[in-house]
Design a protein around this ligand. Structure first.
Ligand code: CAA
Length: 380
């Protein structure tokens, strides 16, 4: 695995670091405290070309690769995991399926404004009774001439309150099981769509999610992605890409918490010496860094498998599983190293601890990642 960054990748990391240092870090605590959506940061990310990193320039994107996307996601998420997920949903759950499944006319109409950051996207798969069991879709689309009529409810939709455009997964023929599922790209401000209040969450509080209600919403057949029945594959292949983004987000959370803990350990003194000079603390930091590095390698390996153009379900699942569990452990230990100071909101590790939890849940729980890894073993 070649770990040397290209000039473009180096430049992107520098841009993201400066942006994170100058614009994100100073307000990350306030965003979390007030559960405030960072509209100004999203606008700046659009200007920096971070909302469609892998999308070709002709469709409004930055035309960089998945390694670049991982590096950017890690850097932004280390400063603010909420800002990271707003970016990752737009990139990998919305631009990615359009890039992969949309026809030319659909790309021009829908992808370009999303990749340039003029519009924001959301991905609507989960439902009150279809979370891990993604094929159990109850939202239906019923054919009516050259249109479909959509009815149902979607749950926990990240970017839902702000999104202009959505990728919708729903059932057109229940008797066909997962082969009866179709995917559409839709205008979120059209008739027949309403949004519930934003969810009140434990972590990533500045990234908003909500329920989305469909009541007689009409979509034209030219908004369908792929053929009727391709919807489950659209969703699963999208999640293969999305899980790389969440692995990178978790990596960022872990790296941020680790750096805060290492700095604190070099500064704080107990029993007449710096706490890093106590072996108990030094070993904790050594384990944290080792696990973070392992997560980074798995995430980059998944990115490279995606760049190579082969199915990367297993690599993405391994990266997300390891990085999310690492983020949770590292954030917990970072609090331990901070002692009482780690338990109050004045220090950033408390936020990292709350933000890390969701990475073990969304875009497939850790249990689902183990199913994906095991089923690839069964496929041989
Ligand atoms: N790419 C392409 N096709 C795939 C695929 C992939 N990655 N994974 C499965 N498929 C295909 C299979 O080949 C199979 O096709 P055939 O019928 O042609 O053989 C079909 O899909 C069904 O596959 P499975 O039998 O494996 O499907 P399953 O019903 O057993 O489900 C699962 C598999 C892995 C458990 C899946 O349901 C899953 O990933 N669940 C978790 C859902 C999830 O991650 N939700 C997160 C919501 S999004 C979110 O969180 C966004 C946010 O807010 C940030």
């Amino acid at each position: 695995m070649d770990l040397n960054l290209t000039e473009e990748q180096e430049a992107l990391v520098t841009t993201c670091r400066e942006f994170a240092q100058r614009e994100i870090k100073p307000i990350a605590h306030e965003l979390d405290k007030n559960a405030r959506y960072p509209k100004e940061l999203v606008a700046q990310m659009a200007e920096l070309g971070l909302m469609g990193i892998e999308v070709p320039v002709e469709y409004g994107g930055s035309e960089l690769d998945t390694v670049a996307y991982v590096l950017a996601m890690e850097t932004i998420s280390a400063a603010c995991a909420s800002t990271g997920v707003i970016m990752s949903v737009n990139n990998s759950l919305v631009c990615e399926p359009l890039l992969k499944w949309a026809n030319e006319a659909q790309k021009k109409q829908w992808l370009t404004p999303l990749a340039s950051g003029e519009k924001l996207g959301c991905f609507m798969l989960s439902e009150p009774e279809a979370g891990s069991d993604a094929a159990a879709q109850k939202t239906v689309c019923v054919r009516d001439g050259d249109h479909y009529v959509i009815d149902g409810v979607k749950n926990w939709i990240t970017n839902g309150p702000q999104a202009d455009t959505g990728i919708l997964i729903c059932m057109h023929d229940k008797s066909l099981g997962h082969r009866g599922i179709s995917a559409f790209v839709i205008d979120m401000n059209a008739e027949g769509i309403t949004r519930g209040p934003k969810d009140d969450k434990l972590g990533i509080r500045a990234s908003h999610s909500c329920q989305i209600f469909f009541e007689g919403h009409r979509v034209h057949e030219n908004q369908r992605l792929g053929k009727e029945g391709d919807g489950f594959k659209v969703a699963m292949s999208t999640l293969d890409a999305g899980r790389i983004g969440i692995a990178a987000q978790a990596l960022g959370i872990a790296q941020g918490a680790f750096e805060a803990a290492a700095e604190y350990a070099c500064d704080r003194k107990t029993f007449g010496k710096r706490i890093i000079d106590h072996q108990a603390v030094a070993f904790m930091l050594a384990d944290m860094e080792t696990q973070i590095e392992a997560s980074r390698l798995l995430t980059l390996r998944a990115a490279m498998a995606k760049i190579a153009g082969r199915r990367h379900s297993k690599e993405s699942a391994m990266a997300k599983l390891h990085a999310s569990e690492t983020a949770n452990k590292v954030a917990k230990d970072a609090i331990q190293i901070h002692g009482g100071n780690g338990y109050v909101t004045e220090y950033p590790v408390e936020r990292a601890f709350r933000d890390a939890k969701i990475t073990e849940i969304y875009e497939g729980t850790s249990e689902i990642q183990r199913i994906v890894i095991a089923s690839s073993l069964m496929r041989g």
